[in-house]
Design a protein around this ligand. Structure first.
Ligand code: HEM
Length: 435
């Protein structure tokens, strides 16, 4: 059956108002893929895992969005937005050790320090109300700042404020979804705000790079590793601009996604006290059984996976067709923007029994392959920071479960609002009660 085509204006309004509506609409259409036409842009949503597998298995036909990708305005040619396959591949190989076993072991200590500070603050009172998403953003920022720059989040948070991050994300989103955009050089109010926000972040990052190059003192953090990376046959070091692009890419990749995953996981733990108790007991047993290493149990990992299945922090993953292609029986002309509809794939009733229910046990036997479960993507571009994210989230959740009962502050749950990440609407709170 040919995929349904919906009118241009309707698509535009739907995409503008809420990406989540578009995701749900695409899934409800029942097709493997659904098409939207936004001005001159051809947008294809891939709603089923078999079709997503076709896309993810062929990175030459379905590559990252090209040079016009608006993310490049912020992240330059870092790993996420680099439009050149060969350059990306070389860079990816060189950066892999930053996220490997040895590096994670050294990040473990830093994360434990950040977790101790945040949990310690929440422990000062018998009961603490968390404005969950804000608190998790502050935690994730602190954690990535400490791992990247050996600085606390305070120094960085004064510059990387949630308002600034949101402004940049909104700017990129508008350009991704809108049919026509004025060049960034045109001095509209929005363009000027964007430019001044970005230059504040750049100023901080270049200052840190310059200080580090000047003193040469070792810090054993991610910035040290970036400055030491050797790329390609000539084993060149990265330039300041390339280091800046990878620093901003890491912040962009690590900050909101982690905060979003933690927020939804805490929400689900609060909704299901039995699961919370089981996760607490298993995490305590795991912590007792090991002298060092990750301090969370296998069950907690299932809880995190199940939370990311229901609320994937990146609800869509973008690709662009580099030549005319077929996705199943659907034609995808060269240049089409292809969105893997992760949110729909994760609730496909043909794959998941009781797809809307929260059942962490479904992951006890492992994670299903063939593009059925994609919180971190799959294939060559799969999230390079997956181990980093799981360790960080597992350690924080295990510590919170050990110290607090987590409960809903009121009956109204958070309402998901998808930008690039799936974040809840403002102000959603949970209560921590000291155990
Ligand atoms: C819960 C947390 C996280 C989630 C859900 C997540 C998810 C993702 C997804 C869906 C992709 C795109 C994969 C694709 O295009 O096929 C991605 C890529 C990436 N992620 Fe993550 N991520 C998380 C945390 C992190 C962290 C903590 C870091 C770094 C410290 C990181 C660094 C990256 C990078 C550099 C890429 C680009 C990889 C490439 O194209 O080669 N992510 N992530």
């Amino acid at each position: 059956m040919p995929p349904a085509r919906v009118p241009v204006l309707g698509d535009l309004l739907r995409l503008r108002s809420n990406l989540l509506n578009a995701i749900q609409h695409a899934a409800a259409s029942g097709g493997e893929v659904s098409r939207f036409t936004v001005g001159p842009k051809n947008l294809i949503f891939v709603n089923r895992s078999a079709a997503a597998d076709v896309v993810l298995s062929d990175i030459h036909t379905f590559g990252k969005p090209g040079a016009e990708n608006p993310l490049r305005l912020v992240l330059g040619d870092g790993l996420i937005s680099n439009p050149n396959h060969d350059v990306w591949l070389q860079r990816r190989r060189s950066l892999q050790p930053m996220y490997g076993r040895a590096s994670l072991a050294s990040m473990h200590q830093r994360m434990a320090g950040v977790i101790g500070e945040h949990v310690g603050r929440w422990q000062q009172n018998d009961r603490t109300d968390l404005v969950v998403y804000e608190d998790m953003m502050a935690f994730a920022l602190d954690s990535v700042s400490r791992c990247m720059f050996s600085r606390s989040g305070d120094t960085v948070a004064a510059v990387f404020t949630p308002a600034r991050v949101s402004l940049l994300l909104d700017f990129v989103q508008r350009r991704l979804r809108g049919p026509f955009s004025l060049p960034v050089g045109v001095p509209t109010r929005r363009n000027r705000d964007f430019a001044s926000t970005l230059s504040a972040l750049d100023e901080l990052v270049y200052r840190f790079i310059a200080e580090r190059r000047e003193t040469g003192a070792p810090h054993d953090d991610l910035l040290d590793m970036l400055l030491e990376v050797r790329v390609g046959e000539a084993a060149d070091r990265l330039t300041d601009l390339e280091v800046r692009d990878e620093v901003l890419t890491t912040f962009a990749a690590a900050y909101e996604t982690t905060a979003s995953a933690l927020t939804w996981t805490l929400y689900l733990l609060a909704c299901y006290p039995d699961i919370q108790q089981r996760a607490r007991e298993q995490a305590r047993t795991a912590a007792g059984a090991r002298d060092r290493g990750p301090l969370y149990g296998a069950y907690l990992e299932c809880v995190m996976y199940e939370s990311m299945r229901l609320f994937p922090p990146s609800p869509t993953i973008p690709r662009q067709t580099k030549k005319d292609a077929l996705i199943g029986s659907a034609e995808a002309p060269a240049g089409s923007l292809v969105m893997l509809n992760v949110a729909a794939i994760h609730r496909d009733p043909a794959v998941w029994a009781l797809p809307d229910a929260f059942i962490p046990e479904r992951f006890l036997d492992g994670v299903p392959g063939k593009a059925k479960f994609l919180p971190f993507g799959a294939g060559a571009h799969m999230c390079i920071g997956k181990g980093f994210a799981l360790m960080e989230m597992g350690m924080l959740l295990a510590e919170m479960l050990d110290k607090f009962e987590i409960s809903l502050r009121d009956a109204t749950g958070p309402d998901p609002r998808a930008l690039i990440t799936l974040r809840p609407r403002d102000g959603f709170e949970l209560t921590l009660t000291r155990i």
